[in-house]
Design a protein around this ligand. Structure first.
Ligand code: FBP
Length: 696
């Protein structure tokens, strides 16, 4: 309220309440910025030492041995504190250091705290040391664009989400000239070490740089970042060394809050199926975590679909003495049938609404689509190799791209084994154009297919809608009617509920009544009443029965949502704040102990904080050959959802309850918002907690 006699805009703008209301900073931001994360115990002692852990071994890829000879024999290393610290180590810790750091790939909550932990530790041992932040990811390193990270900059970003401090980028360092530029920048800044905070591809960059920099003495350390949760490291003895990448917990919590709000909306308005596509380029870890957080009705795990075997088809084929190879793996058609089955079952229980979670990378696990993706990227890579311009510049329009493929199918068909044959062309031609365009989308610089650019949910749900129409026509998709509702409508109209139930419903004595399959339209409804001599040919169907019929007749309405970029930008949970700050400190201690080619990690994340152990994991040993842009490349292996893990087994055992295809209550769970407090029973990912249960 304006004070009496003072209605000028100036007064309003200068009023403290206006200042408070329009401030860029609110109380939560202030609280976040001022929070000092807990430190792992050994970091409270002045120095640490490093020791090799030969008990952790890995199968080594021969290509990795060939390309990364100087770091391939790195062991897992453990940091520890000791009463006796050699003088040389003390000197190493206290020396003036220049360290460079950059973010790489998609943002993940907690990245700023890695920098904060590293910065604090660097300055603690020598205030003269400097931390340089390369701008826009590896581009900053290659083009020598950087800032010096200062106290006030770090303070502004402590415990805050995103990578805004120095931004990020996705450029791959994949040529000798780029390596040389990187080295030149590092030398010009007299760097002692370079730190790459990134996902699987960025840590792949880190390994190649560590190899290239080896003789220069500049150390390279990676940090496991990605909301996708697909950097998980287990040694050959199955011991978990890195249970999860940072950012995963926060993103899953942020998505889950939104999805859970949709479960509330859906069960209030009871008219929509909310279809939520959740990020995670390939692996379905985020979907699985969101499933536990929200208990949504149907959560699809891509990795499970890949393992799908259609036993009915196999049996049928065996009867004819043949093998049906199409019975192995899931097709888009299969998948849409599976979703329809869920929808039909819930509808029969009176619930023509619900929430579905689809992983962003689900298409990676669908046979025919995966084949298209590999074939198309091989053709595009081949084209780019031969021609001076790239495929997408040469054929900017979909029409032209399709024409090129058609020609390829015809021409290649003449010599032996064509990559793109007439059958491919025919099948591809049957896909809707938005989907064709999606599958032809350019791969990212690392050769990953960009699933986030494809309207996966649309293609799947369009097929679902089509099939539901068929099921509706066949009278198989009906909404169950609650018996008490039915009885009250009939009694109010003076009609006998029991007499009509026998005629209308296939389960006349149940609590949730399902109209007979033969009653598919108002016409067939009338015929049933006429043939049962309830009404005459000239009579109208009684209004209450029309009302019941309408209620049983399903309308399939969906709302689609994509959760990805929002959760990537969320402020980190307490878990991610503490995890990342300690990762930053670990990075410094690895550098001070002369490590290179290692990924900083915290072992025992699933245990209580006092059991957390800082380690270095040899990146080169995590690598394998993978198809990228039509050829095999040495990259870090993505970790997919393990169908034998505790988390997946539990999910499989309880998902029928979450589907709730019965007239009982739904089992939705409210995870609440991302919390910045340790007063919570769930202080780390649920999947992580489940996987840590020993069931031996
Ligand atoms: P990173 O692997 O770099 O962490 O990125 C993960 C991710 O967020 C995926 O979940 C998503 O598919 C992709 O990035 C989106 O990429 P872009 O930011 O280029 O749209």
């Amino acid at each position: 309220m304006l004070e009496e006699g003072s209605n000028s805009l100036e007064f309003l703008l200068n009023h403290p309440k206006t200042g408070h209301a329009t401030s860029d900073v609110n109380a939560q931001t202030i609280e976040r910025r001022s929070y000092s994360p807990k430190k792992i115990k050994i970091f409270s002692s002045k120095y640490t030492l490093i020791e090799d852990c030969p008990e952790y071994t890995f199968p080594v890829d021969t290509e990795a041995r060939k390309l990364l000879p100087d770091i391939i024999d790195n062991p897992v290393q453990r940091l520890f504190s000791s009463e006796q610290i050699p003088l040389q180590v003390k000197t190493q810790f206290k020396q003036v250091r220049h360290v460079g750091v950059f973010f790489s790939g998609g943002p993940a909550p907690g990245g700023h705290n890695v920098i904060a932990g590293l910065y604090d530790e660097l300055k603690k041992y020598n205030p003269e040391s400097k931390l340089f932040g390369f701008l826009h990811g590896s581009d900053g390193l290659l083009e020598s664009r950087y800032i010096e990270i200062t106290n006030s900059l770090v303070d502004a970003y402590r415990n805050m989400g995103g990578f805004s401090m120095i931004k990020t980028g996705r450029t791959k360092i994949d040529s000798t000239s780029k390596m040389e530029s990187a080295l030149k920048t590092c030398k010009s800044l007299e760097l002692d070490a370079l730190v790459i905070i990134g996902g699987d591809d960025s840590n792949t960059n880190a390994a190649f740089l560590a190899q290239y920099f080896k003789s220069s003495g500049i150390k390279v350390i990676g940090v496991p970042k990605t909301i996708d949760g697909d950097i998980q490291v287990k040694a050959a003895n199955k011991e978990v060394l890195c249970a999860i990448s940072f950012g995963f917990h926060t993103a899953a919590r942020a998505f889950s809050e939104n999805i859970s709000n949709l479960t509330t909306d859906s069960s209030s308005d009871i008219k929509y199926w909310h279809v939520c596509k959740v990020m995670g380029r390939v692996a379905s870890h985020l979907t699985l975590e969101c499933a536990f957080q929200t208990h949504a009705n149907l959560c699809l795990i891509g990795e499970e679909l890949a393992d799908y075997v259609d036993t009915k088809r196999i049996k049928k084929a065996m009867e004819t003495g043949l093998a049906d190879y199409t019975a192995y793996g899931m097709t888009l058609r299969h998948l849409s049938r599976l979703i329809c089955d869920t929808i039909v079952r819930r509808a029969a229980a009176g619930k023509n609404f619900g929430v579905i979670i689809l992983p962003e990378g689900i298409l990676e696990f669908i046979n025919e689509i995966q084949t298209f993706i590999i074939k198309l990227s091989t053709i595009i890579a081949e084209y780019n190799k031969i021609h001076d311009t790239d495929f997408h510049t040469s054929f900017p329009l979909l029409r032209d791209k399709l024409e090129y493929l058609r020609r390829a199918a015809r021409d290649m068909g003449t010599d032996g084994f064509p990559i793109w044959n007439l059958r491919d062309d025919d099948l591809f031609g049957q896909l809707p154009s938005f989907f064709q365009e999606g599958l032809l989308v350019e791969r990212d610089t690392h050769g990953n297919f960009q699933f986030s650019q494809v309207k996966t949910e649309k293609i799947i749900m369009d097929m679902v809608k089509e099939y539901l129409d068929i099921l509706k026509e066949k009278g198989k998709y009906k909404v169950g009617i609650d018996r008490s509702y039915y009885e009250s409508v009939m009694k109010n109209a003076g009609l006998s509920p029991d007499e009509f139930a026998l005629i209308l419903f296939k389960n006349p004595t149940d609590q949730c009544l399902i109209m007979k399959e033969s009653i598919m339209s108002r016409k067939t409804l009338k015929q049933v009443l006429v043939s049962n001599e309830i009404i005459g040919q000239a009579d109208d169907v009684p209004e209450p029965i029309v009302q019941i019929y309408k209620k049983a007749d399903p309308q399939f309405k969906i709302q689609t949502h994509f959760y990805g970029y929002d959760g990537r930008g969320a402020d980190p949970t307490f878990f991610d704040c503490n995890y990342t700050y300690n990762l930053g400190i670990t990075v410094f201690h690895l550098i001070a102990n002369q490590a290179t080619g290692q990924m900083a990690a915290i072992k025992n994340l699933e245990k209580k904080f006092d059991k957390w152990e800082p380690i270095g994991i040899p990146i080169a040993k995590m690598m394998h050959l993978e198809e990228r842009k039509g050829r095999l490349e040495l990259v870090i292996e993505k970790s997919l959802v393990d169908l034998n893990s505790n988390a997946f087994k539990v999910f499989k055992a309880v998902r029928e309850q979450w589907l709730a295809a019965e007239s009982n209550q739904d089992r939705y769970r409210k995870p609440g918002p991302v919390m910045f407090s340790d007063r919570t029973e769930e202080d780390r990912p649920i999947t992580l907690m489940l996987n840590s249960i020993s069931v031996s």
